[in-house]
Write a protein that binds this ligand. Structure first.
Ligand code: GLU
Length: 645
């Protein structure tokens, strides 16, 4: 197990919501370090087409948080606190997920909400087993292969104003059905009570955070087009509401009130379902409408799936299966990396309590090169083979074939220490006539929770891009998840794409909620030793791999591993080295930075663009957990007071 850095923050979510507890540190103080201010965030260069969400600075020197028995980590302190209080009051990880999601949908509306979808892994201590829950959006029954590119078979003009901002991107929302299922299996507290914190906050109001302010500013022209979004996010003059503005959302409070009382069914039939369909089908201002119907909502099902379980240096990695490519690509990368001695290549300056160490130290370019090359190979297979398995199964024996250790060893043999594959070929996994779809998914959030009963949940939740499709109804935003499909059914050579649109199909995702288990003596999963995940679109895979290698191979504590420079590569000649990190010298496009230079010397092209991971990770420690939240967003880890155990 990783050594724990000297400086820890002792966590407590307090004994009530107003007064700090007697613990040395209250939850309000835990988010350590400052984000850059809202002005800078608003001015940050954003390219919504290629970047999932705006970058919003870096909080240097964050300390890991140590808890007594339970822990919650989300991308926003208000959501973390609400989840933490559910755990404090005897709730399970399942209960905390429900509360966290409802609060996140209010305070971080750009990233996730009930109008979107999610994947969750849930470790149930009583049965010592993990289940994977799939609440991914589906394409409406009327969707055709050209749904995203043509108004109709008789009108080949593209959707107006774009596939994303039209109704065409909107998938049938899945997160609420999924949470209902998770809560039904593993919840202890009543469904209704879990909505109270979000309802109270929506009615009483909360302050727009710097990150939300930056996101509103970056999307103001698009938010303006939707009546409800305009009134909610913009001033009367049509400018973005700044950080610190009090926002109240009575419409969201009312919606949550109905869902609290009538259950998830109220979202999938009746007035709320009709309102969703009407909003998605809006033609205001010439918008191309969604073809979603109330039947699509009525027919939506969340599903449970078998998680992917693979070995990594004596541990088990438990990952999300298709339709997310995240788990497969993370497991494939690790399976390749297992053939190299990464543990001997620890980052320098990662010991002790200096700021550089807290920020994860300086990774060795030789190690980062192995990781980026392994990722190129993993993405090549992911791009070609992975889609909704209910429509396009994986080749051969499925996960067993694509993650076969002998196959991954052969793939590892393609890696050269001194040169780059640039663009790696997909492996030959049988006669599958498929082209490759790299995809460019983008507004997402991650929740990690461990309760006092030993249950652990890892859930990544999304409305896809920041503010989804910009369609707002009854206080929440509708996703644009269908843009995660390949827009065209075939590649340039005419080969069919596994991730093409079909009615009822789930678009491929990159979300990678992950658990790490220490196997029991009989080889069965015995104990969750870590849980993590991140937003970031297709880059999620790189963020999660970096954090796992940091914790498992390099002995970094979760905060160090999360804080460490974001690096990695999809299957292109370019590797990412996150330029927002204080240990990356971005002057002259990174020409003087040892990591950037080391990668370039090995034939990699390197981008030092800012990365906007939103990782959270917790790792087992004594009876409780050590947790880390991403310095690049506004998240926080909280739990019970370790000093009181
Ligand atoms: N829609 C993306 C996916 O399902 C996630 C977007 C993001 O992380 O920003 O992979």
């Amino acid at each position: 197990m990783a050594a724990v850095a000297a400086a820890l923050v002792v966590a407590s979510c307090g004994t009530d919501t107003d007064e700090p507890s007697a613990a040395p540190v209250t939850c309000a103080e835990i988010p350590n370090g400052e984000l850059i201010d809202a002005q800078e965030v608003s001015a940050a260069p954003t390219d919504i087409a290629t970047r999932p969400e705006i970058a919003s600075g870096y909080r240097s020197g964050m300390k890991p948080v140590v808890t007594g028995t339970y822990a919650a980590a989300t991308a926003n302190p208000l959501a973390t606190r609400a989840a933490c209080e559910v755990l404090r009051d005897g709730g399970t990880a399942a209960d905390a997920l429900v509360t966290a999601q409802m609060v996140l949908g209010l305070v971080e509306p750009q990233s996730s909400g009930i109008g979107g979808g999610a994947f969750a892994l849930y470790y149930d201590a009583a049965s010592n087993s993990v289940r994977a829950f799939d609440g991914r959006e589906t394409a409406p029954a009327a969707a055709t292969e050209t749904y995203l590119t043509q108004i109709s078979p008789t009108d080949p003009a593209p959707p107006v104003p774009s596939a994303r901002a039209s109704g065409r991107s909107i998938g049938v929302p899945g997160v609420l059905r999924m949470l209902d299922m998770v809560h039904g299996e593993y919840g202890k507290q009543t469904w209704r009570d879990l909505f109270t914190p979000a309802i109270t906050l929506a009615d009483s109001g909360f302050e727009i955070s710097p990150r939300l302010a930056g996101a509103i500013a970056a999307s103001a022209p698009d938010l303006k087009a939707d009546q409800e979004a305009r009134t909610y996010f913009l001033t009367d003059e049509g400018t973005a509401k700044p950080a610190g503005t009090d926002l109240v959302n009575p419409a969201y409070a009312k919606t949550l009130g109905v869902l609290a009382t009538d259950g998830a069914d109220a979202m999938y039939d009746g007035p709320l379902a009709q309102a969703i369909v009407a909003e998605a089908g809006s033609t205001a201002g010439g918008l191309t409408p969604s073809l979603m119907t109330v039947d699509d909502l009525r027919n939506y099902r969340a599903v449970t799936r078998d998680p992917i379980v693979t070995g990594y240096r004596g541990r088990q990695i438990v990952a999300m299966p298709g339709p997310s490519s995240g788990g497969i690509a993370v497991a494939s990368t690790l399976g390749i990396l297992e053939n190299f001695d990464l543990p001997s290549m620890r980052p320098t300056e990662s010991d002790g309590d200096a700021e550089a160490s807290r920020d994860g130290g300086r990774p060795d370019p030789a190690a980062v090169h192995l990781i980026t090359e392994a990722e190129r190979l993993a993405y090549a297979d992911r791009d070609k083979y992975v889609a909704d398995p209910d429509f396009v199964p994986l080749p051969g024996r499925g996960v067993e074939t694509i993650l076969d250790p002998a196959y991954l060893q052969a793939r590892a043999g393609l890696i050269k220490p001194d040169s780059s594959l640039g663009e790696a070929p997909a492996g030959d996994l049988g006669p599958v006539p498929l082209g490759s779809h790299p995809g460019n998914e983008h507004g997402t959030s991650h929740i990690t929770v461990a309760d006092r009963y030993g249950n652990v949940a890892s859930m990544t939740t999304t409305i896809e891009s920041a503010f989804g499709s910009y369609h707002m109804v009854d206080g929440f935003l509708l996703n644009n998840q269908l843009t995660d499909f390949a827009a065209e059914p075939r590649d340039d050579d005419g080969a069919l794409l596994a991730n093409r649109v079909s009615p009822g199909k789930r678009p491929r995702s990159s979300m990678a909620p992950t658990l790490v288990m220490q196997p029991g003596t009989d080889g069965a999963p015995a104990q969750v030793i870590a849980a993590l995940g991140s937003p970031g679109g297709s880059v999620i895979i790189q963020f999660v791999v970096k954090t796992l290698v940091g914790m498992l191979d390099w002995g970094l504590n979760p905060q160090q591993a999360v804080s460490m420079i974001d690096f990695g590569s999809a299957n292109t000649p370019t590797s990412n080295v996150g330029g927002e990190h204080p240990l990356v010298d971005t002057a002259d496009d990174g020409a003087h930075d040892p990591l950037v230079r080391g990668l370039r010397e090995r034939g990699e092209e390197v981008s030092v663009d800012e990365q906007s991971s939103g990782l959270s990770a917790i790792m087992r420690h004594d009876s409780g957990w050590i947790g880390g939240a991403d310095p690049r967003r506004e998240g926080a880890v909280m739990g019970d007071d370790a000093t009181l155990q």
